[in-house]
Each structure stands twice: as structure tokens, then as C-alpha cells.
Design a protein around this ligand. Structure first.
Ligand SMILES: *[C@@H]1O[C@H](CO)[C@@H](O)[C@H](O)[C@H]1NC(C)=O
Ligand SMILES: *[C@@H]1O[C@H](CO)[C@@H](O)[C@H](O)[C@H]1NC(C)=O
Length: 434
């Protein structure tokens, strides 16, 4: 076995490092709020939906700025799939808050988000939002906060109710005094940001009289429903199933549904169709070689294993199905063969084509920061601020987009293409995170 492969495999076995200085010392007090007074705002198993809240720094210039972050963690596509989420009552569960209610400080996904540019309270990592109010919605519904409830199932498909009840509770806690609000989230929470930012913005416009600015920062949430390398539209079928299982027609953008035939309505549950009707100014942050997508959409095997398509698997794409937003170290580009690099470059091209098709690039006040690191939700890593595209650091791109006015030119940070020549990676700053 070659040394780099061995190091990579060892890295997979080790838990991500968590600098304790950030974990406790510099973090303002955070509390878990259970939505116990909202009978419809429940997780798959019927336990109450929940969010974490951490107030702004006292007397800060950011005292009227709020960051609302939507947690991710994949989706459950079918009743069987969702039942296993509901049956998990540990504090790691993606279908219940019963374990979390006992151990509120143990949500590992929450612990990781506190390093990401919008949620970190470390002003080096997150200069713009470090002193703001921070909200983190716990993900326990299984379809990006879009479930409309179903009377025909013992499970509770109520993601949209959790979202609405959280915003209502937060308005009472001071969100109604906000002047600036950032809506963000990663992975399935990045998709949730695309799905719901307009509706959250409309609620805020009606309930927060001092509101001046609402923007959205979806991270690692653009999942093109493209076919596998073998030509099967598996992910599209999964999202179609999720849309129906969760009865999500009232939880996806109404504007998207308007133009669609009955058979195509599920597409409003996917990133491209939801993004196409979005009007809130956004900065789309994504890898054009997102590791979950290359593994669990593009190289999904016939047996349903991520990275299981013929000729793939370790070490190039790996099996990202275990990711659950905890492990995010995948095969760096140099572990892929020339042929694989060629196919992954086709994924990048398909990703960009789907993104262009949404009309995003014509929107003033918006932007896209697309890197080429083979990672998923790398923005949560403590050193994410070192990722650069076109010589601009991620945190600086976020700052200029956030400060830009509505008529500002589209900010286009375009992803380079992997080289056929070893070591393939075209963005040298990816070394800081992989
Ligand atoms: C689906 O959700 C809508 C509200 O969004 C509700 O009126 C309807 O009864 C639900 N369908 C089922 C089968 O439960
Ligand atoms: C909004 O600000 C005012 C003035 O500081 C304060 O009295 C009020 O309680 C705040 N509202 C909420 C919901 O916190």
C-alpha cells in the first residue's frame, strides 16, 4: 500500500479534531429550546422539534444581526428509511430529539457547525457574524424542513411545521427587532436554505419592522439530480420518493409548483428547481466536486452503495454514506486515476450546467463561491477560511457579498477544473482542508 493511501485511510478512522479553545472558552452561553408548546412541530418519532440559541455579544454592533442556521444530515426517502431515523433515540439521532433533550451539549453536528463562517463566534474564522445572535435548527424531520404532515402514517412528517414554529418562537425571543438576518445551512440544510429562504424572508418582512437586509448562504446544498456514471437516475427517484413520503407540497416553493404538471411537482424539492424561483439574494457556496454528490449521486452502485459503481470505490471517491456530517475527509484528487479525473470533470460540467440553468448568474446582489476540493461541508472545518477561489478567501467573499447592495454585480468565483496530470487538484488551497 502506498504511503498517501495509508495516511488517507488512517485519517478516516480518526475523529475530526476539535480545538477545545473554541468549543468552550470563547463561546457565549448556548441553550437548547424544545418546541414543546407547538404540537405540530415534531420530529419523525413525535418528539418536539428543537433549536439552539446563543445571544449576540453584549453591546456589539451586531446586536441586531441574526444568523439562522439549518442543520443537515441527508434525507430519508421512504417510510422504511424514515422509521430507522425515528427509532434512533440517541443524541446523534436525525429523527428524534429525545436523546438530545437529555444531553443537549452532545450534538456533534452542532459542535462542528460552530467553526463554520456564519456560526463561529471566533472573529478570525468569522469576521462578519461572530458577534451576532446564532440560531441552529436541529434536523429531525428527514426532508430538509419541508414535510407537510401525513395522516396515513404512524410517523410524523412535519419538517415545515418545525421551521415555522421555530421562526415564531424566535420572533418572540427578539428576532422581531432584527435589522439584518442571514439564513444559512449546510448539506440537506443547504437545500433547506434554498427551499425556505424566501418564505422566511416574507415572514420577517411582516413581523420585523426594523428589518433592512435578509440574505441566504446555502452551503454544500446544490445537489443536481443527475444520473449515475452508469446512466441511472437514482437520486432523482429518491427525491421524488422523499417528496411524496413527506407530503411536501406545502413545504416547497409555491412559485415553483405553479408552473408544474402533477408528475413533475417533486422537482420543486430539488436544488435546481427551487433555486430557479428564489428571489432572496444569495451566495451559493459549494464544491463543484462535492464528495457526497460524487459518491452518493454520481457513482452510486446498483446495490445502492455510495461509490459502488463499477470501477469506483476507494480510494478515489470512497463511500460517503457514513458521512452524516461528521466525517468529511474523502479521497483527495491525487488518489483518482486519469480516467476517473476525466469522469469527475464531466460531473463538474453537469453541475455547472444545472446551476446556469437556474438563472442564478443573472441575479444582481448574488454570487457563487465554487471551489474544487473533493469534500462535503468542508466549510465546517476550523480552517475553512483558508479556502480560496481566484485568489479570494472564502471569508472575504462572504464579507463583500454581505456588504454589497441589491444592485451589485453577480460575484462569480468559478471552480477550476482538475488536471489530467498528477496530482490533478487545480486549487492549491484545498491542501488546507484535505
Ligand atoms: C398533506 O399535507 C397537507 C397540508 O400541507 C394536508 O392538508 C393533507 O391532509 C396532507 N395529506 C395527507 C395524506 O395527510
Ligand atoms: C425589542 O426591543 C425593544 C427595545 O429595546 C424591547 O423593549 C423589546 O422587548 C424587544 N422585543 C423583543 C421581542 O425582544
Amino acid at each position: 500500500m502506498q504511503a498517501p493511501v495509508l495516511i488517507f485511510l488512517l485519517a478516516l478512522l480518526l475523529p475530526p479534531t476539535v480545538p477545545t479553545s473554541l468549543e468552550s472558552g470563547s463561546r457565549r452561553p448556548t441553550s437548547l429550546h424544545l418546541l414543546s408548546e407547538h404540537p405540530d412541530a415534531v420530529c419523525l418519532d413525535g418528539s418536539p422539534g428543537a433549536f439552539y440559541y446563543s445571544p449576540s455579544k453584549p453591546d456589539s454592533a451586531s446586536a441586531d444581526t441574526w444568523v439562522i442556521f439549518l442543520e443537515g444530515g441527508g434525507w430519508c426517502f421512504s417510510e422504511t428509511d424514515c422509521s430507522s431515523r425515528a427509532a434512533d433515540t440517541s443524541f446523534l439521532s436525525l429523527g428524534s430529539t429525545s436523546g438530545l433533550a437529555k444531553f443537549p451539549n452532545h450534538n456533534p453536528r452542532y459542535q462542528q457547525s460552530i467553526y463554520s463562517p456564519p456560526s463561529s463566534q471566533n472573529c478570525d474564522a468569522n469576521p462578519v457574524f461572530c458577534e451576532a445572535h446564532h440560531v441552529y435548527l436541529v434536523y429531525c424531520d428527514g426532508n430538509s424542513f419541508s414535510g407537510g404532515g401525513s395522516s396515513s402514517s404512524p410517523l410524523h412528517y412535519k419538517g415545515k411545521f418545525i421551521l415555522d414554529a421555530s421562526i415564531a418562537a424566535l420572533l418572540d425571543m427578539g428576532l422581531s427587532n432584527a435589522t439584518s438576518v442571514l439564513i444559512s445551512g449546510d448539506s440537506a440544510g443547504g437545500l433547506a436554505t434554498i427551499l425556505h429562504a424566501d418564505q422566511i424572508a416574507a415572514t420577517l418582512a411582516a413581523s420585523a419592522p426594523k428589518l433592512e437586509r435578509v440574505k441566504a448562504l446555502p452551503m454544500s446544498g446544490f445537489f443536481p439530480p443527475l444520473p449515475t456514471t452508469e446512466g441511472f437516475p437514482v437520486f432523482a427517484g429518491q427525491m421524488e420518493s422523499a417528496f411524496h413520503t413527506h407530503n411536501s407540497s406545502a413545504g416547497v416553493p409555491a412559485l415553483c409548483l405553479e408552473g408544474k404538471k402533477e408528475a413533475d411537482k417533486w422537482k420543486c424539492n430539488t436544488s435546481p428547481d427551487a433555486l430557479a424561483v428564489m428571489t432572496t439574494p444569495l451566495l451559493l457556496l459549494n464544491s463543484a466536486y462535492d464528495a457526497w454528490s460524487t459518491s452518493c449521486i454520481y457513482t452510486l452502485g446498483e446495490d445502492g452503495a455510495c461509490g459502488g459503481a463499477d470501477g469506483w470505490g476507494m480510494p478515489c471517491v470512497g463511500d460517503a454514506s457514513f458521512a452524516g456530517d461528521v466525517a468529511r475527509i474523502y479521497g483527495p484528487a491525487f488518489l483518482c486515476s486519469r480516467e476517473q479525473v476525466g469522469e469527475l470533470n464531466e460531473w463538474r460540467a453537469g453541475f455547472l450546467e444545472q446551476l446556469r440553468g437556474t438563472g442564478l448568474y443573472e441575479r444582481k446582489g448574488s454570487g457563487a463561491f465554487l471551489h474544487s476540493c473533493h469534500t462535503h461541508t468542508a466549510e465546517n472545518l476550523p480552517n475553512a477560511q483558508w479556502i480560496e477561489v481566484g485568489g479570494v478567501k472564502l471569508v472575504d467573499a462572504i464579507a463583500s457579498w454581505w456588504e454589497a447592495d441589491e444592485g451589485a454585480e453577480f460575484l462569480d468565483f468559478a471552480p477550476c477544473e482538475w488536471s489530467e496530470r498528477y496530482p490533478h487538484q487545480c486549487n492549491p488551497t484545498c491542501h488546507s482542508i484535505s
